[in-house]
Design a binder for this molecule. Structure first.
Ligand code: URA
Length: 224
């Protein structure tokens, strides 16, 4: 392992240690386990979901319930496994009764998300559902309007492709959405392989990419 990679790994372990005893929000009083994230700490693709549910809280691992089974299946559909990606959530502790994340909880937990992006250095961050999408796009535009179209964003000091995706739990409730999710997942391999624009002060914080035409614009924009 290169020295830099080793340093990033050590820093990620430090963040894990800090998160595992976190008391920054009231969810620390009701959780069983902190669900930090799991997978490859050098993954090119990171998923950010909403919050742990009952099974995740019990096991201390993200997406191990029914929505997780669908996530695994969708990944396998594009020839990938969970071991190759990093999976985390907007919140690392379960909201009681699986209620929606509250602003104080999202705010308290977001440094852990940004640190993970900084230290894992993914090329693509796929947001699952409204909460992750709104947090990481910094926009109030909902998931149904933005899903399936990659954006260029700066997260945790890094320029990444952000791909908004429906939450797998939504597809469990409305099975016709599974096809939409499959369609959007199918765009991920190409996105992972696509050159990232240079970041830096001159680069715009947000660029939406809607297919080949936008891609050409994007390359022009960054002088690529
Ligand atoms: N499990 C998770 O870990 N996150 C979700 O958003 C849903 C289920």
């Amino acid at each position: 392992m290169s020295e830099l990679r080793e340093q990033r790994r050590e820093r990620l372990v430090d963040v894990y240690r800090e998160a595992s005893v976190c008391t920054k929000c009231p969810l620390s009083e009701t959780r069983t386990n902190v669900v930090f994230g799991s997978g490859d700490a050098d993954a090119e693709l990171m998923f950010v979901g909403e919050a742990p549910g009952a099974e995740e809280d019990r096991q201390g691992l993200p997406f191990v319930g029914r929505a997780g089974a669908l996530l695994t299946e969708l990944l396998e559909g594009i020839g990938m496994t969970r071991k190759e990606v990093w999976i985390t959530n907007v919140l690392r502790c379960r909201p009681p009764g699986n209620r929606d994340p509250q602003p104080i909880e999202i705010e308290s937990c977001q440094p852990y998300t940004y640190s993970q992006v900084e230290l894992i250095e993914p090329r693509v961050v796929a947001t699952l559902g409204n909460f992750a999408t709104k947090l990481l796009t910094g926009s109030r535009v909902g998931i149904t309007r933005v899903r399936g179209t990659p954006q260029v964003r700066e997260i945790g000091g890094r320029t990444v492709f952000l791909m908004p995706l429906l939450h797998p739990a939504a597809a469990l409730r409305t099975p016709s959405l599974v096809d939409t999710l499959r369609e959007d997942f199918a765009k991920l391999p190409e996105l992972i392989a696509r050159p990232l624009p240079e970041g830096g002060a001159g680069a715009p914080a947000v660029v939406e990419l809607a297919g080949a035409e936008a891609r050409a614009d994007q390359l022009d924009l960054f002088g690529g």
